[in-house]
Design a protein. Structure first.
Length: 97
């Protein structure tokens, strides 16, 4: 199994920087709700409801988590309190009309 360092080389430099920032915040603040709760709650299947987003509201690393997920284009899971579709909406260019 690859270690985290070698896996991080597979993502963009922007995503690596965001990951480092996330790790730094978590190191200072302690474990995030996703690290101590039911891990399955942060990986819901399509259409499944979950209370994980509520846990994200209390997380001191919410902004950094979301920044990483957007930079890495994470295709699934709840990151920074948002589902994949919600994250995609953040990155879509807005039509000028």
């Amino acid at each position: 199994m690859a270690d985290v360092g070698s896996v991080l080389t597979l993502i963009s430099p922007r995503a690596r920087a965001a990951w480092k920032e996330l790790v730094d915040v978590l190191a200072a603040a302690g474990p995030a709700p996703c690290a101590v709760g039911n891990p399955e709650a942060w990986w819901p299947t399509r259409g499944e409801s979950t209370d994980a987003v509520v846990g994200c509201r209390m997380c001191p690393a919410r902004a950094q988590c979301l920044a990483y997920a957007v930079a890495a284009d994470e295709p699934s899971g709840i990151w920074g309190g948002l589902l994949p579709g919600e994250r995609r909406q953040l990155t879509r260019p807005h039509a000028v009309g």
